[in-house]
Design a binder for this molecule. Structure first.
Ligand code: NAD
Ligand code: AKB
Length: 316
């Protein structure tokens, strides 16, 4: 049986990935690690450790303690928080990845590390962005994603490390709020629709970005990690796509399902980041190499988000 460590397990992705992996591999075989204390409910789910991803010795101690063979490394600063503190963004995102890759080489670990659509920039074709294209991001977060992809490729080719990655689009989910990204508006609109009946968006109505519903992202991530190694032909990070929609299309779908809902627009500094990213992604390689298929379109995602958030906040 696999022994898995998730670094950054309290975040938007980690909190859902840990539950899915525990269901699959057994609750004692998946260890959560984060800088932040987990909730009481999360603690009951299985082993948890407080730890700092920038400390190689702390990560190595957990690898030895639990005889870890697989690491999902999710701790990072995202695009908007990364622009507030670019120095910390570089240190956290790059130092922790380098430690994890070094430990993978020493302990023969399989690694998952996510890249992002933030690896792309203004010189990238914005529609149906291909797998191999210009990578000239203009945020520090994007710079760490491009550098991280190249570092992963280096450790794979030079040292034979089994490291796998996808370029996640904006992820939409209801269980844990997002941690400071540009695509957070696609989550916040659902929270505010349920709690306030209105939303002020921080990007303009014509902004189009690639997005994915969390259940698709979690399933795709596990499928990538379980694919036979000879199927993994992209050494950096796979383009990974599901749906693309504009901010006004999103508001229209929410309005259809939440009577009386209204949306206004007050673009802030995150508009510039959104404008530097693609609108849609071509992900033929992921679909061909390891059979990636998304299941949620915008309408199905909106139904599920609203149903779960209403339950969460005790609304009818
Ligand atoms: P998040 O901000 O929600 O979670 C990150 C977690 O890492 C947090 O729980 C935080 O406490 C923890 N953390 C921060 N510093 C740490 C440290 N020094 N040591 C240990 N833990 C630390 O982020 P997320 O959305 O879950 O993203 C996870 C990964 O996926 C990141 O690499 C991110 O770039 C990538 N990604 C996310 C999205 C998205 O839409 N959520 C899209 C593309 C890529
Ligand atoms: C962000 O907006 O920073 C993230 C991402 C797309 O990487 N959601």
């Amino acid at each position: 049986m696999k022994k898995i460590l998730i670094i950054g397990a309290n975040g938007q992705i980690g909190s859902e990935l840990i539950a899915a992996l525990r269901t699959k591999y057994g609750q004692d075989n998946v260890i959560g690690m984060d800088l932040r204390e987990p909730s009481e409910e999360q603690k009951k789910g299985g082993p948890w450790e407080l730890g700092d991803a920038t400390s190689k010795t702390s990560i190595e101690a957990l690898i030895k303690k639990y005889q870890i063979d697989t690491v999902f490394h999710l701790a990072a600063l995202l695009s908007a928080t990364g622009e507030k503190d670019p120095d910390l963004c570089w240190r956290l995102n790059m130092d922790s990845l380098r430690h994890v890759l070094e430990l993978a080489k020493a302990h023969k670990l399989q690694i998952f590390w996510p890249s992002s659509i933030a690896a792309f920039g203004p010189t990238t074709p914005r529609v149906n962005t291909p797998q191999y294209t210009s990578l000239e991001p203009t945020t520090m977060y994007g710079v760490t994603k491009v550098a991280g992809e190249l570092l992963c490729q280096y450790y794979k080719l030079r040292w034979g490390v089994d490291v796998r990655s996808v370029r996640y689009p904006g992820l939409v989910s209801w269980k844990t709020p997002p941690g400071g990204g540009t695509t957070d508006y696609a989550v916040a609109i659902f929270y505010d629709a349920v709690q306030k009946g209105s939303y002020e968006n921080f990007v303009g109505p014509k902004t189009v970005l690639p997005m994915m519903y969390m259940p698709d992202a979690i399933r795709g991530t596990i499928e990538l990690m379980e694919a036979p190694i000879e199927k993994i032909k992209v050494n950096t990070a796979y383009n990974f796509a599901a749906i693309s929609f504009s901010a006004e299309e999103l508001a229209a779908v929410v309005k259809k399902k939440v009577p009386g809902f209204s949306c206004t627009y007050k673009p802030d500094h995150r508009q510039k980041i959104a404008d530097s990213w693609p609108q849609s992604i071509e992900d033929k390689s992921a679909r061909a190499d390891w059979n990636w298929k998304h299941q949620y379109d915008l309408d199905k995602m909106a139904d599920d988000m609203l149903r779960n958030l209403k339950k969460k906040f005790g609304k009818k």
